[in-house]
Design a protein around this ligand. Sequence first.
Ligand code: HEC
Ligand code: HEC
Ligand code: HEC
Ligand code: HEC
Ligand code: HEC
Ligand code: HEC
Ligand code: HEC
Ligand code: HEC
Ligand code: HEC
Ligand code: HEC
Length: 314
Amino acid sequence: MGPPRIISLLFCIAAAITLSGLFAQQASPAASAFAGSAVCRTCHPNVALQFFRNPHNKSSVASNVKAENAGCEGCHGPAKAHVDAKGGKETIVAFSTLTPNQALDACLRCHAKDANRANIRRSNHSQANVVCTSCHSIHQSDSSKGLLAKKQADVCYGCHNDVRAQFSMPFKHRVNEGFMTCSDCHNPHGTNAPVWKTGRRPHLVDTGLQNEQACMKCHTDKRGPFLFEHAAVRVDGCETCHSPHGSTNARLLKRPVVFTVCLECHNGAGSFGRQSDGVATQSVSHNMADPRYRNCTTCHIRIHGSNSDRTFLR
Ligand code: HEC
Ligand code: HEC
Ligand code: HEC
Ligand code: HEC
Ligand code: HEC
Ligand code: HEC
Ligand code: HEC
Ligand code: HEC
Ligand code: HEC
Ligand code: HEC
């Protein structure tokens, strides 16, 4: 480790100590270090006058809240020194000078308990330095819900612009039209979803209804459990056959014609017989020269699973 790295390491430790001093739960700063929220208005009128409708204002008006959790100082730390010095960034927790990790810690001091955010430190977002303040704006929120900096999809498109085009395809979930949001399927704070058995990473895809894919929140009829499961649905997941954002193909299918989706797995050389000892049985002849057979789901109508037929015919 070369000297510059040692210095920067020492700097980090020093910064961490300063911060943990400000935020320490064990050693709360003396009550006299706090100035209260009322005085801030003199010098920061724009911020202060907006604050009454902020959900964080609840703690300034409640009387049983500790000074370190109340109002402005809940996030900006004890501010008496700041007021005495008539301002300055050095005398206060100024987010404009914090590293992404320090900002994350500052918010998680209060928000870490929530089950939804238990995974946030190892989410793709945190690991890429995308932290609370990258999506939320405490003082200049432009959305009615969740103190987001902008309307949700616009927050996300700010960094994932390529996804916008997917939601403009002929067949799509209507996110751009405002009927759905990204967080109906994704948890931007991190996910509990297991890596699907196919080995694909979970892409921050949220779980719904007892650890199942988020899709089941709305498409409950695809949920089962079915007496006869289609392994492709239950094991591989909806994205095996569907493009969840949007597609040029009807039913959000990954391929333009249904049978090409099926043939990715059912490619038994002219027959779709079950394999026994590696030999396909000829229980039914699917004559692929006959166009009728190409539209597999005209017969296999319960393609997601069935309670009455093991070949999903009804
Ligand atoms: C929930 C945490 C939180 C609380 C409570 C909070 N702030 Fe902030 N403040 C922030 C963050 C984060 C920023 C950085 C800018 C941003 O993300 O909006 C900030 C930025 C600021 C700034 C500088 C930027 C600007 O918009 O002018 C001032 C001044 C400020 N806050 C004052 C206050 C005052 C005064 C209060 C109480 C009335 C307060 N803050 C309450 C989190 C908070
Ligand atoms: C006497 C005037 C005064 C009072 C009172 C005051 N501030 Fe400040 N504050 C300032 C000045 C000046 C700055 C420096 C602005 C700069 O350098 O851009 C500042 C900076 C800040 C910043 C840093 C903004 C950033 O750049 O990230 C925060 C946060 C802040 N004040 C919060 C508060 C809070 C919370 C209170 C009430 C407890 C408060 N201030 C009371 C004058 C004041
Ligand atoms: C001192 C404790 C504390 C800190 C620090 C804190 N919060 Fe909060 N936060 C709260 C409380 C309390 C609520 C209100 C919960 C409620 O209304 O049930 C809240 C609510 C919220 C909400 C929900 C808003 C809504 O419309 O439902 C968001 C988003 C949020 N905080 C983000 C942040 C971010 C980002 C930070 C860091 C900049 C932060 N909080 C720091 C205590 C805190
Ligand atoms: C990648 C963007 C992103 C990041 C990073 C992020 N959030 Fe959120 N957060 C959202 C979105 C989107 C919502 C949903 C808002 C809605 O209901 O429409 C939300 C909702 C919330 C809520 C209210 C609803 C709930 O889930 O309880 C809180 C509180 C919250 N976030 C706190 C935080 C905190 C604290 C951090 C950092 C530790 C953070 N967020 C990081 C995007 C983000
Ligand atoms: C209908 C559910 C759904 C909605 C709504 C949704 N997503 Fe997704 N998204 C998924 C699923 C499922 C995957 C994983 C796809 C896979 O594994 O093949 C994914 C993958 C992703 C990926 C990683 C792969 C890629 O295409 O780059 C990003 C980034 C993403 N989504 C962003 C977004 C954004 C931004 C929004 C909102 C504008 C959004 N998603 C809305 C379900 C959804
Ligand atoms: C400040 C930029 C930024 C914002 C805002 C942002 N993201 Fe991300 N997002 C990233 C980065 C960077 C990554 C990690 C790199 C990667 O995996 O593509 C990521 C990763 C993801 C992934 C996982 C991609 C994968 O390939 O596994 C999804 C899904 C995602 N973001 C969805 C969202 C959603 C939904 C929102 C809005 C609520 C959002 N993001 C807001 C920058 C951002
Ligand atoms: C928040 C509810 C919701 C969630 C979550 C959701 N969808 Fe949808 N989905 C809809 C709605 C509503 C439609 C009807 C299309 C529209 O909005 O125009 C739809 C349409 C579809 C269609 C096309 C249906 C048709 O008749 O063309 C498919 C396929 C689909 N969704 C699959 C999925 C998959 C896969 C997931 C999970 C990655 C998912 N959906 C998550 C609400 C949802
Ligand atoms: C094996 C491939 C495959 C998998 C996996 C799959 N689907 Fe489908 N899905 C299809 C096909 C093919 C169609 C079109 C059926 C037709 O032509 O009418 C379809 C149609 C749909 C439709 C629209 C028509 C309807 O029945 O409502 C929805 C919604 C849907 N799927 C949701 C899902 C969800 C949610 C999942 C995950 C639980 C999923 N699909 C998994 C192949 C699949
Ligand atoms: C991701 C791979 C995959 C895709 C794509 C797929 N399937 Fe399957 N399918 C399977 C597996 C695995 C089984 C279980 C085979 C077994 O039990 O021997 C199965 C079983 C079946 C069965 C019941 C067969 C039996 O022996 O009981 C039918 C019928 C079927 N699939 C039709 C289809 C159709 C039609 C499509 C296209 C819409 C399709 N499958 C797409 C993997 C797939
Ligand atoms: C005209 C109606 C029809 C069409 C179209 C059709 N199938 Fe079938 N399929 C059947 C019937 C009937 C069975 C036999 C059920 C049985 O033996 O109990 C069957 C059985 C199967 C089986 C199980 C084979 C076995 O040995 O039990 C698979 C897998 C299958 N079909 C896949 C497909 C695929 C993939 C397509 C599209 C390329 C397709 N089917 C199109 C009617 C059809």
